[in-house]
Design a protein around this ligand. Structure first.
Ligand SMILES: *[C@@H]1O[C@H](CO)[C@@H](O)[C@H](O)[C@H]1NC(C)=O
Ligand SMILES: *[C@@H]1O[C@H](CO)[C@@H](O)[C@H](O)[C@H]1NC(C)=O
Ligand SMILES: *[C@@H]1O[C@H](CO)[C@@H](O)[C@H](O)[C@H]1NC(C)=O
Ligand SMILES: *[C@@H]1O[C@H](CO)[C@@H](O)[C@H](O)[C@H]1NC(C)=O
Ligand SMILES: *[C@@H]1O[C@H](CO)[C@@H](O)[C@H](O)[C@H]1NC(C)=O
Ligand SMILES: *[C@@H]1O[C@H](CO)[C@@H](O)[C@H](O)[C@H]1NC(C)=O
Ligand SMILES: *[C@@H]1O[C@H](CO)[C@@H](O)[C@H](O)[C@H]1NC(C)=O
Length: 497
């Protein structure tokens, strides 16, 4: 009875202090950084994250200061936080100092775990999710557990992959069996790679050897056999011996950016960086020596992207854009700079202002077209009406052959003697040629057929022998009106020019 009451009182006391304590408890919430995933059926140990991340002292210090560490959990699909029961029939969960042990972890151990450090007046706690995962069917691993990544230098000899996180599960006196797998294929008999206890020796690092290396450690404890499965993702990276300073692809002196004022200036700076552990890969632009990061001109924009290559080499592209660059801005010094642990390099972009071609090309083309058209028209006119033009020219500017050649007549006209033609010759033709142009016509006034050479040397012997004017004789007398019309329209045209 006394025992029970003492127990009750102490329980009440502890509840009160817990109640008071929780008022001033440093609750760090859920530490989602610590996503713990463990395999179903395998032993696991989890350290309270308080001492690793949140508190400045370790468990021994806290313990000797009178603080107690208590573990709680909210099981999957439950709301209630309850203390962890270490007295389960299978006894598979236990705690030791700041560590919670699973021998082994079971699927229903999944949940949010809380470790709380407290005394009567002080409390500090943090929660973290723990997931127990079964292996994929016909696989040595689960795809949902991310392997730890390790980098190996290309062509380096005798490198070792060490099976991670297996310390403390078995005493040093026990030698477990360790089997290695590459992407779940046993590496026994693999070329240049051979297991050496908890390590896998890589004779020489080659690009083809990258992949997921899994070690399964099997050991006995209290008569039971346990497995520990760990996976290391082997990455092959460029050797530091072959690392180089930044290599510029662009800008270079061969590429010229020739722009008209007012166009957008877009300058990509493309730099290749060989892999260099812990080295920063910096790329920046300067304009007339000033870093663009220090320029607050809204016209200037800078964007950056990265492409990872084989062996973790990478290409950084930093693009500088000057919107609607003026001629003044195009004359500035645009230089791209790049730096890694191996050195700093720079490369200036060749930017030029394009000389603007005259804008009146259209007018020029039009003028040329019009001139050609006019020439063609004139040629056509000349070919069709050359005679009329010559007559016209002679009448107005020509040396007056009609006077100087000393001949009495200039034109000899013969015609069929009928009323219609006689009227044309005597009235129209004579009127035009004699009155308008000043030629003297010899009209063969006889009833005879024209064409015989005797007529030319006969009554009209002093007639001009000019071929041009003997052509007049061949005028088709049926088109007299047309000829006259052309005389006048031509003279009009000439006056116009
Ligand atoms: C805990 O911290 C104290 C002092 O900071 C140190 O002396 C001690 O070795 C640490 N204990 C462990 C287990 O790390
Ligand atoms: C968890 O599962 C095991 C069997 O897989 C079972 O024995 C145990 O009782 C379960 N525990 C809880 C708390 O449900
Ligand atoms: C653990 O807590 C987080 C955040 O409160 C919640 O999203 C998640 O569902 C919880 N996980 C389990 C297994 O209860
Ligand atoms: C409880 O722990 C805090 C922090 O370590 C300490 O300052 C305080 O004195 C402790 N209180 C008691 C009653 O031990
Ligand atoms: C290695 O494991 C990761 C994560 O499970 C997976 O995405 C990747 O495909 C695996 N690589 C190979 C070569 O199997
Ligand atoms: C340990 O893993 C091996 C495969 O590597 C498997 O055959 C064996 O059943 C596992 N043992 C336990 C106890 O899970
Ligand atoms: C352009 O600027 C860079 C860096 O500020 C400088 O090294 C280079 O000499 C300059 N070029 C010219 C032609 O001024």
């Amino acid at each position: 009875m006394k025992m029970v009451s003492v127990l009750l009182v102490s329980l009440w006391l502890s509840m009160v202090t817990l109640g008071r304590g929780s008022e001033r408890c440093d609750d760090w919430g859920v530490d989602t950084m610590k996503q713990i995933q463990i395999y179903d059926g395998e032993p696991a140990k989890i350290k309270c994250p308080l001492f690793e991340t949140f508190l400045k002292y370790n468990y021994s210090t806290a313990h000797s200061a009178g603080l107690t560490l208590i573990w709680y959990r909210i099981a999957q699909d439950r709301d209630l936080e309850e203390p962890i029961n270490y007295r389960l029939p299978d006894n598979h969960i236990s705690k030791d100092k700041d560590t919670l042990w699973f021998w082994p972890a079971l699927l229903n151990d999944t949940g949010n775990y809380t470790c709380m450090l407290r005394n009567t007046t002080y409390c500090s706690k943090v929660a973290f999710p723990l997931e127990v995962v079964p292996k994929d069917q016909h696989s040595c691993v689960s795809h949902s557990i991310k392997p730890t990544e390790e980098m190996f230098y290309l062509e380096h000899a005798n490198q070792k992959i060490t099976c991670p996180d297996i310390d403390g599960f078995y005493p040093a006196s026990v030698t477990p069996t360790v089997k290695w797998y590459l992407n779940c294929n046993s590496v026994d008999g693999f070329y240049e790679r051979y297991p050496q206890g908890p390590r896998l020796v890589i004779g020489i690092v080659r690009s083809a050897y990258k992949g997921n290396y899994t070690c399964i450690v099997t050991f006995k404890d209290h008569g039971r056999t346990y497995n520990l499965t760990r996976t290391v993702k082997m990455k092959v990276v460029g050797s530091p011996n072959k690392a180089l300073p930044p290599q510029f692809t662009s800008p270079n002196e061969k590429v010229v950016y020739e722009l008209e004022a007012g166009e957008d200036l877009i300058l990509p700076c493309e730099v290749f960086f060989t892999f260099l552990k812990d080295s920063r890969t910096e790329v920046w632009w300067t304009i007339d020596g000033r870093n663009t990061d220090d320029i607050t001109d809204p016209k200037i924009k800078v964007t950056q992207s990265e492409i990872t290559r084989d062996f973790e080499d990478k290409t950084v592209i930093r693009t500088l854009t000057v919107a609607k660059a003026t001629a003044e801005e195009l004359k500035r010094n645009y230089t791209c700079h790049a730096r890694n642990a191996k050195g700093e390099e720079r490369s200036q972009a060749v930017v030029r202002v394009k000389v603007v071609a005259p804008k009146y090309t259209v007018e020029l083309a039009c003028g040329l077209g019009a001139t050609i058209l006019l020439v063609v028209v004139l040629i056509v006119i000349y070919h069709v009406y050359w005679l009329e033009m010559v007559l016209f020219y002679r009448a107005h500017f020509g040396t007056d052959e009609t006077i100087l050649d000393g001949k009495e007549y200039d034109v000899y006209v013969s015609y069929a003697r009928n009323a219609e033609e006689e009227e044309f010759v005597l009235l129209t033709l004579r009127g035009v040629l004699e009155n308008e142009f000043g030629y003297k016509l010899c009209i063969f006034d006889r009833d005879s057929l024209p064409g015989g050479s005797e007529y030319l040397t006969g009554g009209c012997a002093p007639c001009t022998s000019s071929l041009l004017f003997s052509e007049v004789l061949n005028i088709d007398c049926n088109e007299p009106i047309q000829i006259l019309f052309w005389f006048f329209s031509l003279s009009l045209l000439m006056n116009f020019f």
